[in-house]
Design a protein around this ligand. Structure first.
Ligand code: PAF
Length: 289
């Protein structure tokens, strides 16, 4: 697996597979790879002939400079893992390569998709930073397919909207969340949890499981009752949700009851770390993960 730093080298490296009729898959990452990323890379291997993993900690999507500074970085380790999972090429550009002097363009998805949930708490600029860098990466790589994780459900939705609205040719695929055996959703931020906060972090998945079982076992579909069950499950962990919302999985508008597939999304601060998680509640099946 080659590591490439510039857009010119990237395009040159992809010219040959493209000429040979090979399809290209892109897995955009900010590094600190975990099994969730490796699942994306393996899914890309299945979906395309040639797999590019991008590694770029995108300053434009951080609303908190301390969060950006604390973001874990280990390119050597990431390169080894990406290679083992089946990547052909690691694109690890500098900040100047992505945002050269004079850079002023922003790509924005407007409205509730970027203004609610994460957008309401981190600021919509978070998503404007994501959509700007993802548009650039899609233009740089020109993939047939790009893969994103369901753990960042709102991000995946925003990117699908972006691709549809701008007629971007890449297919956007969403890959299920990977969890630790005890239920914690994998996240690059988990390494910053001390042992006590690691235990408390289970509050988020416990909330999701509580709503799922309330729906499945008691047939409760009322959003407020499901939300109350989810919040109650967080209390023993001494974790308060920053938000916990039942919303339409297509447009993120709040729902009053689970009459069709519903996204239950939760965010919470656990010690110094902000975590998110989600599940899809289905009226007859309880939940889909
Ligand atoms: O999900 C992430 O790691 C980032 O938001 C992404 C998609 C790589 C854009 O920087």
């Amino acid at each position: 697996m080659r590591t490439i730093r510039t857009v010119a080298e990237l395009r040159a490296a992809l010219a040959e597979p493209r000429r040979g009729g090979k399809t290209i898959g892109l897995v955009p990452t900010m590094g600190s790879l975990h099994d969730g990323h490796l699942a994306l890379i393996r899914a890309a291997r299945d979906a395309a002939d040639h797999v590019v993993v991008s590694l770029f900690v995108n300053p434009a999507q951080f609303n908190d400079s301390a969060d950006l500074a604390a973001y874990p970085r280990d390119e050597h380790r990431d390169a080894g893992l990406a290679h083992e999972a089946g990547a052909d090429l690691l694109f690890a550009p500098s900040t100047d390569e992505i945002y050269p002097p004079g850079f002023t363009t922003q790509v924005r998805v407007a409205g509730p998709l970027t203004e609610t949930l994460e957008g309401a708490h981190r600021g919509a600029d978070h998503f404007h930073g994501v959509t700007t860098v993802v548009t650039k990466l899609l233009n740089m790589v020109g993939p047939d397919v790009a893969l994103f994780g369901q753990k960042d459900a709102q991000q995946a939705l925003v990117i699908q909207r972006l691709a549809a609205d701008l007629d971007l040719p890449a297919r956007i695929e969403v890959v299920p969340t990977v969890r630790e055996p005890d239920g914690l959703a994998l996240s690059s931020r988990n390494v910053r949890l001390d042992p006590q906060d690691r235990r408390r972090a289970l509050a988020l998945s416990a909330a999701l499981r509580a709503a799922e079982s309330e729906l499945r076992e008691h047939g409760t579909t009322d959003a407020e009752a499901l939300s109350a069950a989810a919040r109650a499950a967080m209390t023993p962990f001494d974790v308060e949700p920053e938000y916990l919302a039942l919303v339409d999985p297509e447009d993120l508008r709040p729902v009053g009851s689970v009459d069709q597939d519903t996204l239950l999304a939760v965010a919470a601060h656990v010690g110094p770390v902000r975590l998110i998680d989600n599940t899809i509640l289905t009226p007859n099946g309880g939940a889909e993960r």
